[in-house]
Design a protein around this ligand. Structure first.
Ligand SMILES: Nc1nc2c(ncn2[C@@H]2O[C@H](COP(=O)(O)OP(=O)(O)OP(=O)(O)O)[C@@H](O)[C@H]2O)c(=O)[nH]1
Ligand SMILES: [Mg+2]
Length: 308
């Protein structure tokens, strides 16, 4: 595992909402028009595949370019982070799009995700909770069309399902784990999480068994705007945030800290993140206003610092 230092430092009817859980975040009007698993409009997939994502076949055709895995529990902000970083990268001249060959051609649900990807990126409304069968592999291409990295975007329940603990990972995640590509494990979490932190730490401990030396670990503390550590625009007290994170997720940093002859080595990095602000409009729609470039810039620079 690569070794890194730890110390990187409306409208008038609109009602700001600090944090919407997926349960109350239903705004199908402005969200991407992806068929749902239980939707009759999902063609191509067999009945079994529609209700059982374990049966969906995946292919990682590029076995060299590193894969950034956005790993996190439901509603931690993976999809919105993906949207935010994709918008930022497009601004820099990169192209970000789903890899069409990740899932079989007969899988019209995936075809629909690919076709609607730009609508999702450009939408001013918060994404819906990622559908159980709507996981995708993205590719990031530079201005010369060189593939810089791939990004796995998937529903949180496939990584950590608080209602179904102790299960292995789904075949498509195992497929990613077992692929020879280097992985950047972007492990997302939020501070003052009102869920069972210990179960999530156990899940990460499970994941750790599959992490290779060549992989990298990045902790992303999302929803930093909900913490007291944002001192001003583009000014986060990262040191204190990290300390509180360490105190809440007991033992997590130690899992990726090693003793050497020369002292402790921290095999991870840590960044704060805010995808944006969320407001429920008078009509009940959830409006997304993207946050400052400060966060995606720090995230992208940190990902690049892993040597990709
Ligand atoms: N305050 C705040 N809320 C956020 C932020 N990012 C996401 N959220 C909230 O979290 C909700 C869920 O975000 P998603 O990106 O859909 O979460 P997810 O991890 O993809 O969820 P699943 O697909 O169900 O696993 C959003 O609709 C927002 O209400 C953030 O930076 N700050
Ligand atoms: Mg999602």
């Amino acid at each position: 595992m690569a070794i890194f230092d730890v110390d990187n430092e409306l409208n008038e009817q609109d009602v700001p909402i600090s944090n919407l859980s997926n349960d109350n975040m239903v705004d199908s009007e402005g969200s991407m028009d992806i068929p749902k698993a239980e939707d009759d409009n999902v063609y191509g997939l067999s009945e079994a595949e529609k209700s059982d994502p374990t049966l969906i076949q995946t292919v990682i055709s590029d076995k060299k370019t590193p894969i950034v895995v956005l790993f996190g529990p439901p509603a931690c902000g993976k999809t919105m982070l993906m949207i935010r970083i994709a918008r930022y990268l497009k601004q820099l001249g990169y192209e970000v799009k789903p890899k069409g060959d990740f899932r079989p051609q007969y899988d019209s649900n995936y075809e629909s995700i690919c076709n609607n990807f730009n609508t999702l990126l450009n939408s001013n409304f918060a994404a819906e909770s990622t559908n159980r069968i709507s996981f995708m592999l993205l590719e990031v291409l530079d201005e010369h069309k060189n593939r810089v990295c791939q990004i796995l975007e998937a529903p949180g329940e496939h990584y950590h399902n608080p209602n179904n603990l102790g299960k292995g990972f789904l075949p498509y995640i195992e497929n990613i784990i077992n692929s020879p590509n280097r992985k950047i494990w972007a492990i997302m979490a939020e501070l003052n999480w009102n869920k069972n932190v210990t179960d999530y730490i156990d899940r990460i401990a499970e994941l750790r068994k599959s992490i290779e030396k060549k992989d990298s670990i990045l902790f992303i503390c999302n929803k930093v705007d909900l913490t007291p550590f944002v001192r001003g625009k583009c000014d986060v007290n990262i040191k204190q945030l990290k300390q509180d994170f360490c105190d809440e997720y007991i033992g997590l940093f130690n899992m990726f800290t090693y003793r050497t002859l020369f002292g402790k080595k921290h095999a991870y990095k840590f960044v704060p993140f805010q995808t944006g602000s969320y407001t429920r409009s008078g009509s009940g729609r959830v409006v997304f206003s993207q946050g400052d470039d400060y966060y995606p810039k720090m995230l992208w620079n940190t990902i690049r610092s892993f040597g990709i």
